[in-house]
Design a protein around this ligand. Structure first.
Ligand code: GTB
Length: 384
């Protein structure tokens, strides 16, 4: 029988994968273990039934036959020990991988949580402005130490392990703060983790939990859909600013050049299809060009906001409705697609996850069209 884990019925992050069921899902996907998910409301979390599983009334929990576990670290260690794929066979290497799991949970996660608590819980306190720099400084010290140890390696100790899984997921929570980008090696490390197919499957699964489709959430999901579609159209603007072989592309290029706050030739555009839809990236060619990176991100956000308000008029005017996939995507109903914006080292990315075959197909057609329209300025392979 498949194990059952618990997750929030309505996660406060609305599907961004920040709650701790995500790390357990990722571990299960890495080892190829199918699983069931029981979604728990905030009220039920503190009720006797759930407290019998976790005395602290929290998610995630893990049930496998008679075994009941709580604590994400213990759950992932159990998964790693009972399957192949997350812990090395060599005893010393295995001990080191477990050490990194503990390092992630006990040494790196606490200062990250301190920052979250400061920003969310303490921000109205009179002493907030005084405390925040101290919290940030402690975190930067810790991240600097971790970055120095990682160096140019892909993973912390040889092959990817449960230690990396835990470290990546812990660091991911930092992304919104912008602090991760101050440590390019760590940002690239996190991006490598997120690029793993098992991570993407886990992310898609948590995103497609049914409650996200309930009425109170539809607005925000629609906003995100629209925002990411906007981001994609933004990319069309930018790509179109390059010399184009057709009259249509010349027209698009002219209009795009008026809209873009930066030079298209200085950025790389990636449209990578996957089985869920695809990943779009816009990255500055010069990773030290802070102004360009800021421009890429802020323009994406600006366009995203317009689409969040339902304003699709710019891309429609510029690109027309005939572009493959666009007709479908622009009339998509909330819930058919989940799209997530994120910063990546030197730029931004948008993840597209279609919830049905037709949506995935539309995303693929749209990506194909962008690649063929924009020739050498676009690529289907992210830079390694
Ligand atoms: N040490 C435990 C573990 O690792 O399993 C901690 C578990 C835990 O913190 N669970 C949280 C919970 O159940 C959810 S993950 N909280 C409810 C409660 O305590 O009453 C923490 C979390 C939640 C939401 C976001 N988010 O939306 O961004 C991020 C992280």
């Amino acid at each position: 029988m498949n194990p059952t884990i618990t997750a929030f019925e309505q996660s406060p992050d609305r599907g961004k994968g920040l709650a701790r069921d995500m790390r357990v899902r990722w571990a299960l996907e890495e080892v190829g273990q199918p699983y069931e998910v029981r979604l728990v409301s905030f009220k039920d979390l503190k009720g006797p039934t759930h407290r019998a599983l976790n005395p602290f009334g929290q998610i995630p929990t893990y049930e496998e036959g008679d075994l009941v576990l709580f604590e994400s670290g213990a759950i992932i260690l159990h998964i790693a020990e009972t399957h192949t794929g997350l812990l090395p066979k060599d005893a010393d290497a295995r001990a080191r991988a477990i050490m990194w799991m503990f390092a992630a949970l006990n040494t790196v996660e606490p200062p990250i949580l301190d920052l979250s608590i400061a920003r969310v819980v303490e921000k109205n306190e009179t002493w907030y402005e005084q405390r925040l720099p101290q919290v940030q400084a402690r975190l930067r010290t810790r991240l600097g130490e971790l970055s120095a140890r990682l160096g140019d390696a892909d993973w912390l100790d040889g092959a990817f392990s449960a230690g990396d899984l835990m470290m990546v997921i812990v660091l991911l929570r930092l992304r919104v703060s912008g602090i991760l980008d101050e440590f390019p090696k760590l940002a690239a490390y996190v991006a490598r983790g997120e690029a793993r197919p098992a991570y993407q499957r886990a992310f898609a699964a948590q995103l497609s939990s049914p409650p996200i489709l309930r009425p109170p959430d539809i607005g925000s999901l629609a906003m995100r859909n629209q925002a990411a579609i906007a981001a994609s159209f933004f990319c069309l603007f930018t790509l179109a600013a390059i010399a184009a072989p057709t009259a249509r592309q010349q027209d698009v290029a002219q209009k795009g050049a008026m809209v873009m706050p930066f030079n298209i030739h200085n950025s790389t555009h990636v449209f990578q299809k996957n089985q869920y839809g695809g990943i779009q990236q816009v990255v500055a060619k010069d990773p030290n060009d802070k102004d360009l990176i800021a421009a890429i991100r802020s323009h994406l956000e600006m366009e995203a906001e317009r689409f969040g308000k339902g304003d699709y008029s710019d891309p429609m005017k510029i690109h027309g409705m005939g572009m493959p996939g666009v007709q479908y995507l622009s009339h998509i109903k909330p819930g058919q697609i989940a799209i997530t914006y994120r910063n990546v080292p030197a730029g931004a990315a948008v993840d597209y996850v279609g919830r049905d075959a037709a949506t995935v197909d539309a995303i693929h057609k749209w990506f194909d069209a962008q690649l063929s329209d924009h020739g050498e300025d676009a690529t289907d392979q992210p830079k390694q």
